[in-house]
Design a protein around this ligand. Structure first.
Ligand code: ASP
Length: 711
């Protein structure tokens, strides 16, 4: 056994590719020597704005990534990305979360309300245009507003010129560079297939963010368009979308040491922020969120324990809270383990020395780092109050509805380009739809308990942090419960028709509205507006400071940086590679379905369907068996650079063929968001052979395999 590590190292060094940090914007890949890294296809075959390339077969599915795997708009993405639709389709009599969903023909494909698919069409730098909106004399909040307004103007103009498309302007380097992305935007998306939860999420929260893994975290959706091929809202007469290209599936999969690359839409990373940011996250924000989410999860689980209808209402929320909570726990642990903050402070001290060593540099950049530190330390003085207000609006469904109605009324008095994004003409329909969907999951006892807990938290704030409208409630009512019983009894916001009629009111009309939630929202509005103004002012200041910091850092390190993830299209590459999470432990990078037998207990979340267990026991592996492993490969591990939003990203081999589906990272890799490292950064995907084996041997959905071109 003691020879194992040297052998593995030898193996690792014998392949041409090595892992590098980087979620590369697609136009940057032409500057990489892809061949030297082990790629067998050219940069043009991956990204070619003047022709057809791989990126035309990749899409964004809400906050996730997806791949077109047929000419008829069939999309491969994660089970957890489609989960909300599976939940919406489920009732106590038809519990598709438990049984899985199989559309046996196209008419059975279930409309995924609230889902949209985007395909990147082109993009270009618009920094000069965006920054021309600001002047030296502007105050900070004014500066942020001017930038936001100019961004909206550009977007409106482009969407007018390109009907059926969606434009977004992404900030690549804070306060410094802005890029306009234009997407084909498809609004009719349907669920085609989702495995039972006991396959799609095998191992549940115990295995989430963990390796070794045995989850079949995949699903199939389909994009539809109007019969004339233009993007359209859902209609039964719509027809499947024909993408410019589809990805080629490689049923032979991959092996340890092989190069893999991913293309997708990673959400957010914070690698360019100064040490004060992760320190604030670690010491203040994440501990608050972890406690608060844990409390909500426990409460909702208890509510749904003996009633499946209630459990179904809570399913998506519990899943999403649990996912974030465990991610934060991983980060809290990892920040300490890697001494992340101390390391970053050391780098900052070296940079400061470089700045101060030269009088001109000192004059230009000398105070940048301390000014940023002051901003972060100011935020700490009122975090708890801000967080309580934030979660009152976010987690109390009826207050969120009332607040959105009131804010919509105020915002919609303004010209379109000056409104907050949710209330612009292009987004307002979605905002209304989201509220209606939240009523679908509304359960009064849960909502009331959440509200109660947040009021109780608010009463413990220091006197100078108090929330005045909550103080008034405490004075007017003998107890929190009495107040809550009264307002939940008197509200009519649980009725979707009422909500719809209130959406067209003016602020004056809402002032006359007798609904107690609307009245409370009206009284809270000035507090949220003040927070918003403060955050715009902070953004104006940090924008300017970070822009300077990049310049001097790039000069000091003689290096060009890769922009932080911001939900735009990126490429990352590495290899199928094991890792050592703990002393003396080495994890192999490929699991097999045989491991499902080892983990299965018959109890949730390790309760595989019995037919699946039978297939494994009987070794019915079909053509998907990997001879050396004598089993079907299940999940794969690789050292690429990913974050949330890369869920559903296609995993390609060196030839650009689809060999897996990204869905997670290891616990240690949750701190990727602050710092990537070859030692601990590992991402997790479903092996394509497991996906095909499930569809073929377990589900027997030949028609889908034929459509995917693998039958
Ligand atoms: N499972 C993850 C997510 O929730 C993917 C990741 O963060 O790597 O988005």
């Amino acid at each position: 056994m003691k020879y194992l590590l040297p052998i593995m190292l030898l193996f690792t060094f014998s392949v041409p590719c090595f892992a590098v940090e980087g979620m590369f914007p697609l136009n940057d890949i032409h500057t990489l020597d892809l061949h030297q890294h082990g790629f067998e296809i050219s940069a043009d075959a991956i990204y070619n704005p003047d022709g057809i390339s791989l990126i035309d077969g990749i899409c964004k599915v809400n906050g996730c990534t997806g791949s077109f795997i047929s000419d008829d708009g069939l999309i491969l993405t994660n089970h957890h990305c489609a989960f909300r639709t599976v939940q919406m389709a489920s009732t106590n009599g038809h519990d598709y979360i438990t049984s899985g969903y199989v559309a046996s023909n196209r008419t059975e494909e279930f409309p995924a309300a609230g889902y949209a698919v985007r395909i990147t069409k082109w993009y270009r730098d618009v920094t000069a245009d965006v920054l021309s909106a600001v002047t030296e004399t502007m105050r900070m909040a004014e500066r942020t507003r001017a930038i936001d307004k100019r961004r909206n103007e550009i977007i409106t103009r482009v969407e007018h010129d390109y009907p059926g498309h969606r434009a977004e302007i992404a900030e690549m380097f804070i306060g410094k560079t802005y890029v306009l992305f234009v997407y084909i935007y498809l609004k009719d998306v349907r669920l085609v297939y989702a495995p039972p939860r006991s396959i799609g999420e095998f191992g549940g929260e115990i295995d989430n963010w963990m390796w070794p893994r045995h989850s079949g975290d995949f699903s199939l959706m389909r994009a539809y368009v109007a019969p004339d091929g233009t993007p359209a809202d859902y209609a039964p007469t719509n027809v499947p979308y024909h993408p410019k290209t589809r990805l080629t599936i490689q049923p032979d999969g991959v092996n340890t040491g092989d190069l893999v690359f991913l293309i997708g839409y990673p959400g957010r990373t914070y690698r360019h922020q100064t040490s004060d940011f992760p320190a604030y996250e670690q010491e203040v924000r994440m501990p608050f969120v972890v406690d608060w989410y844990q409390w909500q999860i426990d409460m909702m689980n208890a509510m749904g324990q003996s009633d499946r209808t209630i459990a179904l209402k809570h399913a998506s929320r519990i899943k999403s809270l649990s996912n974030t909570m465990k991610n934060y726990r991983g980060k809290l642990k990892g920040i300490n383990r890697e001494h992340l903050i101390a390391r970053r402070r050391k780098e900052e001290a070296a940079l400061q020395k470089y700045i101060m060593d030269d009088a001109n540099r000192a004059a230009q950049y000398g105070t940048v780092q301390t000014e940023l530190a002051d901003i972060y330390s100011n935020v700490r003085t009122h975090t708890d109050r801000t967080m309580i207000l934030h979660y009152l609006n976010k987690n109390v469904t009826l207050l969120n509805i009332a607040y959105t109605l009131y804010e919509a009324a105020v915002e919609r008095q303004k010209p379109d380009v000056e409104r907050k994004a949710d209330y612009t003409e292009r987004n307002f329909g979605q905002t209304k739809q989201k509220l209606e969907q939240s009523l679908h999951d509304f359960y009064q006892p849960t909502d009331q308990q959440i509200f109660n807990a947040l009021i109780a938290k608010a009463t413990t704030l220091l006197p100078d942090q108090h929330i005045a409208p909550i103080d008034s409630i405490m004075e007017a009512y003998p107890s929190i419960d009495e107040f809550l019983d009264t307002i939940y009894h008197n509200t009519t916001l649980t009725n979707a028709d009422t909500v719809r009629t209130l959406f067209i009111k003016t602020p004056e009309q809402l002032t006359q509205c007798s609904d107690p939630f609307v009245q409370l929202a009206r009284h809270l509005y000035p507090l949220y507006a003040a927070i918003d103004n403060e955050s715009k002012s902070r953004k104006g200041a940090t924008d300017q400071l970070y822009a300077k910091l990049y310049d001097v850092k790039a000069e000091f390190l003689k290096q060009k940086f890769i922009p932080d993830a911001n939900g735009t299209l990126r490429l990352t590459f590495g290899q199928i590679n094991g890792y050592s999470p703990n002393d003396a432990v080495w994890c192999q990078p490929i699991t097999t379905v045989t491991g499902i037998l080892e983990k299965d207990t018959g109890q949730e979340p390790f309760n595989s369907p019995s037919r699946l267990l039978d297939l494994i026991h009987e070794k019915k592996f079909g053509k998907y068996v990997q001879p050396k492993l004598s089993s079907v490969p299940c999940c794969i591990l690789y050292d690429t650079d990913t974050t949330g939003g890369n869920s559903g990203s296609p995993v390609f081999n060196a030839h650009g063929e689809l060999v897996g589906l990204n869905f997670d990272r290891t616990y240690e890799a949750t701190i990727n968001d602050y710092a990537w490292s070859e030692n601990y950064s590992r991402s997790i995907g479903v092996d394509i052979r497991y996906i095909l084996w499930i569809l073929d041997e377990y589900e027997d959905v030949d028609y889908l395999l034929t459509e995917m071109g693998v039958n």
